[in-house]
Design a protein around this ligand. Structure first.
Ligand SMILES: O=P(O)(O)OC[C@H]1O[C@H](O)[C@H](O)[C@@H](O)[C@@H]1O
Length: 365
């Protein structure tokens, strides 16, 4: 992957070595995960993953981006229509139940529903404790653990992602290879630079981070990015707001706002050099279909730049395991380093506990 900062419209003129040293200590448990290759699950032609937030979004990101042959269904919410439609489509799945705490309400109820309604080939629990570990022990399910010091939304390179992804045939070693390719972390690292750029813009009031993906296969990456940014940085009245847009179609819905609305945004284009599918077609001077969306992205980039809207382009060679491993690791570095710049803990999410307490009390009335 490569990052183009030419339209970032801000100068980095401070030494961040002190913050970098603090970051390297903070980030070390996450760095360790990309060097552990132990988890390889047997391939199965139908899997179901049950989880929430960091326990499922990374796996969905990679699955939906690569779109492997094997069928995978994800229960990541409690919407009855969607959940029951998914459950009805299952025949005899291998089921991964993923929850670091083991106490997440949605994961517990979705496990119970599947246990009662689906003929399951095998349950594998990826958890460190709580009610789920008790259930696993009682039913003698296989249990995989997550390094305790790795927060959920940074855990894609642990068994959380590696187990279900290897079960659907994703080449996890290539995923890790992509992350390792970005593991020489110094002040010149592009993720560190991108962190400082977004931090400095936020300090000047540009606190909305628009992820404008011109690759529909990376839509779920946007969901993962939302949680990573929202939960890591939204503390003590601080943070930036992640907003997902899909190119080229959002040029016809949100671009007016980005061009002529409040100047409170930093746009990140997410593109590929090579689309995995393409077709020859003559249209104006274009000879291939992919030339259209590339022209649209370039035009949008120029229009935003002409209006003084800061924008950065992150370009993957194409959507593949290595590039996805690099992309996820890039943003984990960026967001964790932004936590250091804000002097907050990017790895917890204390505020969400209040909602959970209230919900359990409602259900227990
Ligand atoms: O993995 P779990 O313990 O089930 O947690 C799943 C998710 O729920 C929590 O409430 C947090 O919002 C997320 O950071 C976490 O990823």
């Amino acid at each position: 992957m490569k990052v183009d900062f030419k339209n970032c419209m801000i100068d980095i003129n401070k030494d961040y070595s002190e913050e970098l040293n603090k970051f390297l200590t903070l980030f070390s448990p996450i760095r360790e995960t990309i060097y552990k290759e132990e988890v390889e699950e047997e391939f199965h032609d139908e899997i179901l993953v049950i989880g929430m937030g960091g326990s499922i979004l990374g796996t969905e990101t990679i699955y939906y981006a690569l779109n492997p042959e094997c069928k995978a269904i994800f229960l990541d919410n409690t919407d009855p229509e969607s959940t029951l439609r998914k459950i009805k489509s299952l025949e005899n799945p291998k089921v991964y139940v993923v929850s670091k705490s083991g106490n997440t309400l949605e994961t517990l109820i979705n496990y119970k529903l599947v246990k009662e309604k689906v003929k399951v080939k095998e349950f594998i629990f990826i958890t460190n404790g709580g009610k789920l570990l008790e259930i696993a022990k009682k039913n003698n399910y296989r249990v995989l653990n997550i390094p305790e010091e790795v927060p959920g939304r940074y855990s894609i390179f642990t068994a959380v992602g590696k187990a279900p992804l290897s079960a659907v045939g994703v080449d996890v070693k290539r995923l890790l290879k992509g992350a390792k390719a970005l593991d020489q972390i110094d002040e010149k690292h592009e993720a560190i630079k991108n962190a400082i750029i977004h931090y400095l813009h936020e300090r000047e009031g540009r606190d909305i981070s628009v992820l404008f993906t011109y690759v529909e296969a990376l839509t779920y990456f946007g969901e993962w990015y939302k949680q990573l940014v929202g939960e890591s940085l939204g503390k003590n009245g601080l943070g930036i707001t992640p907003l997902l847009s899909i190119g080229a179609k959002d040029q016809h819905s949100l671009l007016q706002l980005y061009l002529d609305g409040k100047k409170d945004k930093v746009i990140t284009f997410l593109t590929v050099d090579n689309y995995r599918e393409d077709v020859e077609i003559e249209f104006e001077n274009a000879k291939k279909y992919s030339e259209i969306i590339k022209a649209e992205k370039l035009a949008t980039e120029k229009a935003l730049t002409n209006r003084g809207v800061p924008n950065i382009t992150v370009e993957l060679k194409e959507v593949c395991e290595e590039e996805l491993g690099s992309l996820l690791y890039f943003y984990m570095i960026q967001v964790a380093f932004m936590g250091v710049l804000y002097n907050i803990n990017p790895f917890n999410q204390p505020a969400v506990e209040e909602e959970k307490r209230i919900c359990w009390s409602i259900l227990r009335k």
